[in-house]
Design a protein around this ligand. Sequence first.
Ligand code: FAD
Length: 441
Amino acid sequence: STVILLYTRDLRVHDHPALHEAVRRGDRVVPLFVLDPEILSRSARNRIHYLRDALADLRAALRTRGGDLVLRTGDTVTETLRTAERTGAGAVFLTRDVSAAAQRRHRRLVDEGGRARVDVREFPGVCVVPPLDLTPAGGDHYKVFTPFWRAWERREWRAAVPTPRRVPGPGDIPVGRLPGASLLGQGRGELSPDVQHGGETAARKRMKAWLAGPIGDYEERHDALAAAATSRLGADLRFGCVSPLELARAARDHPKGAAFVRQLAWRDFHHQVTAAFPEIARRDYRPRSTRWRTDRDGFDAWREGRTGVPIIDAGMRQLRHEGFMHNRARMLTAAFLTRELRVHWVHGGDHFHALLADGDIANNYGNWQWIAGTGNDTRPNRSFNLLRQARRFDPDGAYVRRYVPELAALSGAEIHAPWRLDRPPGGYPPPITAAEGPSGG
Ligand code: FAD
């Protein structure tokens, strides 16, 4: 029989339950990726850049195994069912995802596929523990991280599935060309000059290098802004070029891997929240009567990294330059926007989403709401003293110096509060919040 394997954000051949089952069942397997203009128009150019790498790499991996990747352009559901019709496929297999768009797509696939007698089946693979597999007593999903994490750790994780050595070919259909650079034109946000390259081969290399050493220092160093002491696997996980389960298993086996495994649990946590509350990107998860302000100038200064608060500007400029920002800087810049400027989290989240190569609905908006106090934080009134945070996590100012060259000549003691100097460096603006700099309470 013929099986369509609809690839979405699971662009790999390793530990891929849907691919594994398609190969086991089908004498013909049609791995399909649909370049959907509607999805692309909502994607960051930095992610489309990654996607192009990932598709090329995936096609190569399938070809070495005797198969191929079939590419189509158009509406995902329509193209999938059209391909099923042309190949006589009776089944579509895909990896289950959580966003509102993914849930809509799945409902349509089931409905329209049902009418065409095409069986649609979902498989795990986007998370370590499938979203909503764990539920608390008396609720449909976990609203607080710690109890979720405890249950998550106790749960027996599935075993990784073997990588197929052979993948049957898609048969006599045109496979379609890999998208050229013009695809970038369909997305939003700028393409960052230093954005990371992607694809399963690069991702696995990064994963192995991470597990071979640096993971051991993660607990002590992950908050150090200037150190490259985090995994940088966010985009690889976002596109499924690395299996979160394979990564979590390997990290759990590492004697000092616990702190890193916990971050993967955070990722699963936000995904199960999004599965249950797919409006996460637009609506307060926990409504609060916050009085938001419109501050066009403040928002522009924030976006462009010229707020006059060095740690904030460094983070925002890293984002534009690399399509990435250190987690601690994400927290501080998000707190600055929502708590100092009191601009609604949705605007900050949308800006991040237009630039982050690892931009992911669940993680991005889940974290924005967490910071804004409308999410799952058990201390929604938590406040950050930005100056203290800057001095603690960038003690000698190396992070600021890297991204804010106007301040490069200042010492570590001066760099985080240039407004205190008798003669602040020329070309760097005064802070847009209170002159003594943001306190954060
Ligand atoms: P590491 O520290 O090496 O962590 C490993 C992996 O664990 C990450 O790649 C990620 O998949 C997961 N992870 C780590 N921290 C978190 C977290 N707090 N929530 C969920 N998953 C986590 N992460 C995204 O993947 N996509 C986003 O769009 C995103 N937006 C964010 C927005 C804000 C305002 C904040 C505060 C955080 C956001 N994060 C997001 C979480 C975190 O900042 C990034 O996952 C991390 O910085 C990516 O770098 P890394 O891979 O080197 O992380």
